[in-house]
Design a protein around this ligand. Structure first.
Ligand SMILES: NC(=O)c1ccc[n+]([C@@H]2O[C@H](COP(=O)([O-])OP(=O)(O)OC[C@H]3O[C@@H](n4cnc5c(N)ncnc54)[C@H](O)[C@@H]3O)[C@@H](O)[C@H]2O)c1
Length: 336
């Protein structure tokens, strides 16, 4: 095997899409998926690669230093792709401690084990972060890699802390790190707590579709497979010590997202009562500290490394709704 890569959080939404993509694309890489299987992890998402010769799953906590170091030794890990995190902003408002523990301490534990593992000169640590570290935008402008950090939720603050640790290891120890900050992902296998699965599930169960505040908060949506392709390119070609923003150039308000999904469902799966799904949309009290707008300028990744999002929002959301409709039973069982 040319590389043995520890992928943390590979049973989560982005992680499982990424592991399946990488496992098929690089049969000569040994992939070690290291995941605690919190409520957000789901091994069913990995059925496509469970029997693959280049795939191993280990259940473990990234904060467990002894276990992490044992895995580095036993498998002779050459590289790390670090996705494990507590990822849901709403949960970080109720239980911030878990976010600091996993996102800050856990990142430190994996990063430090990587530094001390005496791996090869080419060994690399890819850290996956979020555009939420930049805070909120007004009606204009975009986040670039030079935008100052201004996190507004315990989630984004904990991710910002992890980003700073990764940066410091490059400057202090010369560790071969590279980071990415991406916008909101969507696509197959996302946990039911997130916006798009919530809209689809609520609609199909004839429940009110909850939309925060006035529904005008804007996110820049990125199809998860486009993100996997970006991580592939950044891991292999990104410059050590650099960060790359990843975004789909798909700014949408939450209300536009709900309207679009309802229109697709009206066509594919009409309601028995003849009404449109849109009638189920209901505005609920806003999330505290809810950032108004995120929008990514991905020009650095596009011009320096040649990546471009392939899916428009229309094509990506069509595929996503199709996937949830085709996996209804599984999806309803796993969602809360
Ligand atoms: N989903 C998005 O839209 C988005 C956007 C920007 C950045 N990100 C970042 O991408 C990464 C992946 O996000 P996601 O949406 O797939 O998250 P997710 O919540 O779906 O999955 C997280 C995974 O990490 C695992 N995990 C949690 N704590 C762990 C621990 N202590 N030890 C080991 N494993 C642990 C969980 O079991 C789960 O499998 C995160 O770092 C997140 O901050 C996500």
């Amino acid at each position: 095997m040319s590389k043995t890569i520890l992928i943390t959080g590979g049973a989560g939404f982005i992680g499982s899409n990424f592991v399946v993509y990488f496992c098929k694309k690089y049969p000569d890489y040994q992939l070690i998926n290291f995941d605690k299987l919190t409520y957000a992890g789901n091994l069913d998402n990995l059925r496509e690669c469970q029997a693959a010769a280049n795939y191993v799953f280990i259940r473990g906590d990234i904060c467990d230093r002894e276990l992490v170091e044992a895995v580095f030794r036993e498998y002779k890990i050459t590289d790390v792709i670090h996705l494990a995190a507590e990822s849901h902003v709403d949960n970080s408002i109720v239980s911030p401690e878990e976010f600091v523990t996993t996102n800050v301490l856990g990142t430190f534990t994996i990063l430090d084990a990587f530094r001390k593992s005496n791996s090869r000169d080419t060994s690399r640590f890819l850290h996956i972060s979020t555009d939420e570290v930049y805070g909120t935008l007004g009606e204009t402008g975009y986040f670039t890699e030079k935008t100052p950090y201004a996190p507004n939720s315990p989630y984004s603050a904990s991710k910002a802390g992890s980003d700073m640790l990764v940066r410091s290891y490059f400057h202090t120890y010369g560790t071969n790190v590279v980071s990415s900050n991406c916008s909101n992902n969507y696509g197959p296998m996302q946990h039911g707590e997130k916006l798009i699965p919530t809209i689809i599930r609520s609609a199909l169960s004839e429940k009110l579709i909850p939309i925060y505040g006035d529904g005008k908060n804007i996110r820049d949506w990125l199809y998860v497979i486009d993100h996997c392709r970006a991580l592939d390119i950044i891991f292999h070609q990104g410059k050590a010590g650099e960060t790359y923003n990843v975004g789909g150039r798909n700014e949408k308000t939450n209300l536009q997202i709900a309207d679009t999904i309802c229109a697709i469902l009206d066509e594919k799966c009409p309601r028995k009562n003849g009404k449109n799904y849109g009638k189920l949309i209901a505005f609920v009290a806003n999330r505290p500290g809810h950032d108004r707008r995120y929008a990514i300028n991905a020009a650095k990744l596009e011009t320096e490394l040649g990546w471009r999002a392939e899916e428009s929002f229309d094509t990506g959301i069509g595929k996503t709704v199709e996937w949830y409709l085709a996996h209804r039973e599984y999806f309803f069982k796993k969602s809360r």
